[in-house]
Design a protein around this ligand. Structure first.
Ligand code: 5GP
Ligand code: ZN
Length: 114
């Protein structure tokens, strides 16, 4: 999608620090990290949010969640724990309308979720 920041990261128009890449997914460091480890996991196909991802015929959403868990282990977060977030729409304060999953860890996170 032409004016989508994350599509531009996927095709290299915007640089990013990549953590993992395959034919379906990309994981990169968040530019404004909210924890010592803050990784953003996205599908390579453009879709707006978790609702659109869940509506697909394939198991992309399950695949992405499995990837998040694998990355948590690879990043050494499994022992102490971590947080997985996806923001959706206005009330969810989603700022980039390309579906993404945040993986946060590496320190004790705030107990508040909102
Ligand atoms: P949201 O608020 O939509 O859930 O999360 C969007 C995230 O994308 C934010 O945490 C923000 O810091 C990150 N972000 C926005 N633009 C860029 C960018 O150009 N590069 C990287 N690496 N992260 C970005
Ligand atoms: Zn996009």
């Amino acid at each position: 999608m032409d004016d989508c920041i994350f599509c531009k990261i996927i095709d290299g128009q915007i640089p990013s620090t990549k953590v993992y890449e395959d034919d379906r997914a990309l994981a990169f460091l968040d530019i404004n990290p909210q924890a010592p480890t803050h990784i953003v996991v996205i599908p390579k196909a453009h879709m707006r949010n978790i609702l659109e991802c869940a509506a697909r015929e394939d198991d992309l959403l399950g695949y992405l969640m499995g990837l998040v868990a694998q990355l948590a282990k690879d990043q050494g977060l499994a022992d102490k724990g971590f947080r997985v977030i996806t923001n959706c729409g206005e009330h969810g304060a989603q700022s980039v309308e390309h579906f993404h999953i945040h993986l946060l860890g590496g320190a004790q996170l705030n107990g508040k979720m909102g």
